[in-house]
Ligand binder design. Structure first.
Ligand code: PLP
Length: 226
């Protein structure tokens, strides 16, 4: 077995163990392998091991990779990074999910582009979990206001919230904030129960605190090169 296969299997096993330990239903937890800084051959190898969900954070890198693996049936691309408005059209060409709807101007750009599409995209509202309002993401206190403007967008299904926990404190603090934001969002959109949270270093805590979409890179892919 290759190192990649070994890390993949080990991570999947850990996710399963944590789900059991936390009393979570494993069918409610989706693993997205973040393949950024790795080539299409990594996607192919993981595909052969059964992986179908992949995440990318830059359109310039994601678009050619999606094209080079377009023959793989059933792959879902998740856009997880900050998305510039002028890249929306390109990103929607391959992404089934956008995890990083983080500001009104992006929402407007998505609305414009999606109105002429025929496929539905799943969206997550990204929260700003820092004390710095200048950082990307919607402030938790503004979540409902923002979500109201997203509701009813043609071809956009708001699935839930997304967050990146701060590195300099216990991730549980941020996962708690994400969890309560999720509860709030559900008062407006009851079916928007998804929580995109948890990366290589904190996915166990994220599972414990309700994450449904894990975005895991390095612990599976190894160090990013490229
Ligand atoms: C790179 C990235 C990840 C994966 O990070 P790892 O620490 O490698 O698991 C998750 N989410 C986002 C938004 C990323 O950019």
């Amino acid at each position: 077995m290759s190192d990649l296969a070994q890390r993949y299997r080990a991570t999947v096993a850990e996710i399963n163990e944590q789900a059991i330990a936390s009393g979570r239903d494993i069918d409610e937890i989706r693993l997205i392998v973040v393949s950024k800084n790795h080539g299409p051959e990594l996607v192919r190898e993981l595909y052969d091991l059964g992986q179908r969900d992949f995440g990318e954070n830059r359109d310039q890198e994601a678009k050619p990779k999606a094209e080079q693996t377009a023959d793989l049936e059933g792959v879902n691309w998740h856009f997880v990074g900050q998305l510039q408005s002028n890249k929306v059209k390109s990103a929607l060409g391959y992404s089934r999910f956008i995890h990083s709807i983080d500001r009104p101007s992006l929402l407007v750009a998505l609305q414009k582009e999606l109105s002429s599409q025929t496929t539905v995209v799943g969206g997550f509202i990204q929260l700003n979990l820092t004390d710095d309002p200048g950082r990307g993401g919607v402030e938790p206190k503004d979540l409902l206001f923002f979500a109201e403007s997203a509701v009813g967008t043609a071809n956009l299904q708001i699935l839930g919230v997304m967050g990146v926990a701060a590195l300099d404190r216990d991730p549980r603090v941020d996962f708690e904030t994400i969890h309560s934001a999720s509860q709030q969002l559900q008062t407006l959109i009851p079916e928007a129960r998804a929580i995109s949270a948890g990366m290589s270093h904190d996915f166990r805590e994220a599972i414990d605190m309700g994450a449904t979409h894990l975005r895991i890179g390095t612990s599976i892919t190894g160090k990013r090169n490229l």
